[in-house]
Design a protein around this ligand. Structure first.
Ligand SMILES: NC(=O)c1ccc[n+]([C@@H]2O[C@H](COP(=O)([O-])OP(=O)(O)OC[C@H]3O[C@@H](n4cnc5c(N)ncnc54)[C@H](OP(=O)(O)O)[C@@H]3O)[C@@H](O)[C@H]2O)c1
Length: 316
């Protein structure tokens, strides 16, 4: 099977390409520039230049593909992001989604897989929720939920099967935000806000990618949550990461002080609970995560970091 991947050079995308190739599939990976082409090539994919916002440029790249995957995102990595910093992420998820679906339809691609995040849905009291829960995007993710709607509506209009995969908080040894978190926890510079009781559903990036590969291989339309088996309170996750890094436990700061330091959006994301489950994806695709909980996942992350001597000056 031939698969088109937008975002082939990203944390999740690189893994999607590698896993698809390992399973004998052909991958056409969108690459912006020579250096990025090299990344796709080294992963075993065929790099292709095009503009995510220009459907006409994508049509020739998608010819002969059975599935198109959008894993391209631009979540801001600034320590104190403002709403305006989400503009490119919003554009990729709205305009980029429209262009991809239009191109897929013109190129004869029948299926589209859309990456989203579980933060777009939930319950006001932080209780466990599933794929049927109402949308309530937090912290700058309005464009992300609009992107989902566009994917479903445009896909239906053009007769494509659309699978929306909402990932939990993903982590990986090479993910920018996991590395920043590791560095800051090692320096005791990432505090627990309030009681740190917000509960998150996590997913190792390898498992997020394996969900995309599974969905690519099994045609189905719908919305699924891609998370591991056990939601974890933020406090516990931070404490465990600190322990494994040999750092002292994170400090605690009141919410008002965290707002002053990190800004409203960061605090909103850190303090929102999104406990959910992979039950539907497991049931429909017979998939299960390799890293059942963040504990097994951190074993892998910490072992990769140890090997590269990261974070520098580690220890509390
Ligand atoms: N669920 C979650 O927890 C979650 C979800 C998303 C992101 N994040 C985190 O947020 C941070 C940023 O993540 P990310 O996924 O944005 O970064 P990333 O891992 O670098 O992936 C972004 C991908 O999208 C592509 N891309 C970006 N803008 C594009 C455009 N205008 N046109 C075409 N392709 C474009 C990038 O291509 P180039 O290589 O050419 O730039 C890259 O392939 C990371 O630390 C990530 O781990 C977390």
């Amino acid at each position: 099977m031939r698969v088109f991947v937008a975002g082939a050079t990203g944390v999740i995308g690189r893994r999607i390409v590698r896993q698809l190739v390992a399973r004998g599939h052909e991958v056409v990976g969108l690459a912006r520039g020579g250096e990025k082409e090299g990344i796709v090539r080294r992963l075993g994919g065929r790099p292709a230049r095009g503009n995510l916002f220009d459907a006409a440029s994508l049509v020739p790249l998608m010819k002969g593909c059975e599935v198109a995957i959008r894993a391209a995102t631009a979540i801001p990595t600034a320590p104190r992001p403002r709403l305006a910093d989400f503009a490119m992420n919003d554009r990729i998820r709205t305009e980029g989604t429209r262009a991809m679906i239009e191109a897929a339809s013109s190129a004869g691609v029948r299926r589209y897989i859309h990456e989203s995040v579980v933060w777009v849905a939930g319950t006001p009291d932080g209780a466990p929720f599933d794929e049927d829960a109402p949308l309530r995007p937090v912290g700058g993710l309005t464009g992300t939920s609009t992107g989902e709607r566009i994917a479903r509506e445009e896909g239906a209009r053009r007769g494509l099967d659309v699978a929306v995969l909402r990932c939990g908080a993903f982590y990986a040894s090479d993910a920018a935000h996991t590395r920043v978190m590791g560095q800051r926890i090692a320096r005791r510079a990432l505090p627990i806000i309030g009681d740190g009781g917000a509960t998150w559903s996590m997913i190792h990036a390898d498992d997020a990618a394996s969900a995309f590969v599974t969905a690519a291989e099994h045609p189905r339309a719908g919305v699924w949550h891609i998370v591991d088996d056990e939601p974890v309170p933020v406090r516990e996750y931070f404490m465990e990461l600190a322990r494994r890094l040999g750092a002292r436990p994170p400090r605690r700061v009141p919410t008002w002080l965290a707002m002053l330091i990190g800004g409203r959006l960061t605090v909103e994301i850190l303090m929102t609970s999104f406990p959910t489950s992979n039950a539907r994806f497991r049931r429909d695709f017979e998939w299960r995560p390799r890293y059942a909980t963040y504990r097994e996942g951190l074993d892998e992350v910490l072992s990769a970091w140890r090997e590269e001597g990261f974070p520098p000056g580690r220890g509390g």
